[in-house]
Design a protein around this ligand. Structure first.
Ligand code: PLP
Length: 389
């Protein structure tokens, strides 16, 4: 059966390829430790699970979701309270918030809601691979903006040629950043709003790691920048802060026209989120801030362990303070892929090669801290033994 031409342009999804590799090694009896995927392993907090169980028993919830594509008003109100309390950002739950099946869904539907075939869409290199796929499925044209260590992994808007900027209709950004761990600051966010305003670019600020920052790093939202709501939306998600990746729950917040447009796409696509998942999400937002703190302490300790091990094998660097990833320079004389393969062949530890995130990811690997402590320790022991100088 022939399938659509647009799919041919999409590179294979990084994690699908990795999963195949891991499964094959496991089938061969190898004790593989994967540090490649950002998917927390500790359970979702009990209060959230309990709320799901109770609400799932109500037959009213077995029907199409309340308020369908927009998400339950109670969920949207809770999101508004959360943004007010955590970021001092005021949002109208009626028209500035939309429930999502995770922020990844939001990225995709943002493109369908904003971009016409042939429009240029900016994304960063390195960057989250799903952006490119969404742009291509929407028949937009991705334009890579390098984010480099010397610029703290932030785009330099002045380096984007004016003739390109004039053709751009949308832009993806993500800080705290996957894969580099870099964080934005208010100066940068204000610049972003100005750039977007100048060229009439709709910003999709994808912020699922907003809560995962370490000591000394300010927690910020794009919507804190003056005029942000005029030029874009922020996506957020319950996946990473509350260990709810599998639940599929997130939110889009900001510009009412974009929110209405995404809502229209959803109305004709997915009909929204199972009510009990939204009720569970309300519980998370209301009650589980201490859980976020607990997880940050856990990730902080794992970060220290990895950095200590890397130092012992001659990789010494000062990482940015966001996300549960470490963006690690590879030893001199090796490419990202060579180092990734060497790690796998010699220690059965899987990491993501930097080039999976774009050409400017060359020279780096990404290590995820979402593995049980014991397994991470085992991985670090193996790496130290193999590579100690
Ligand atoms: C930058 C970025 N955006 C979106 C997502 C997907 O998040 P969600 O589970 O909310 O769809 C991820 C997941 O790894 C991510 O790294």
């Amino acid at each position: 059966m022939k399938t659509a031409e647009r799919l041919k342009k999409i590179p294979p999804y990084l994690f699908m390829e990795l999963r195949k590799k891991i499964n094959k090694a496991k089938a061969d009896g190898i004790d593989v430790i994967s540090l490649a995927i950002g998917d927390p392993v500790e359970a979702t907090p009990d209060s959230i699970i309990d709320e799901l169980c109770v609400t799932a028993r109500d037959p009213l919830n077995h029907r199409y979701p309340t308020d369908e594509e927009k998400g339950m008003l109670a969920f949207r109100r809770e999101v508004a309270k959360w943004y007010e309390a955590r970021y001092d950002v005021t949002l109208n739950p009626e028209n500035e918030i939309l429930g999502l099946i995770g922020s990844k869904e939001g990225c995709h539907h943002f493109i369908l809601a904003r971009v016409n075939p042939g429009d240029t869409v900016l994304m960063t290199d390195p960057g989250y691979p799903a952006y490119r796929a969404s742009i291509l499925i929407g028949e937009g044209v991705p334009y890579n903006v390098p984010i480099l260590p010397q610029n703290n992994y932030l785009p330099v808007f002045a380096d984007i040629p004016t003739d390109v900027a004039k053709k751009v209709t949308a832009m993806f950004l993500n800080y705290p950043n996957n894969p580099t761990g870099a964080c934005a600051n208010m100066y940068f966010l204000n610049e972003l709003v100005e750039f977007a305003r100048t060229y009439d670019i709709a910003v999709c600020y994808d912020n699922p790691y907003s809560e995962i920052v370490f000591a000394g790093q300010e927690r910020i939202s794009f919507l804190m920048a003056k005029g942000a709501k005029d030029v874009g939306i922020e996506l957020n998600s319950l996946s990473k802060p509350f260990n709810m990746c599998g639940w599929r729950l997130g939110m889009a917040c900001g510009n009412p026209d974009l929110i209405a447009a995404i809502s229209k796409v959803k109305e004709n696509t997915d009909s929204g989120i199972f009510n009990p998942i939204q009720s569970a999400g309300i519980k998370a937002l209301q009650k589980e801030e201490p859980f976020i703190k607990k997880m940050i302490t856990i990730y902080g300790k794992r970060r220290e362990l990895v950095l200590k091990t890397l130092k012992k094998i001659g990789i010494n660097f000062n990482p940015p303070k966001g996300t549960f990833y470490l963006w690690v320079p590879v030893p001199k004389g090796m490419t990202s892929l060579e180092f990734t393969n060497r790690l796998f062949d010699k220690t059965a530890v899987v990491v993501a090669a930097g080039t999976a995130y774009g050409q400017y990811g060359e020279g780096f690997i990404r290590i995820s801290l979402t593995v049980p402590d014991k397994r991470l320790k085992e991985a670090m022991d193996r790496i130290e033994k193999e590579f100690k100088q």
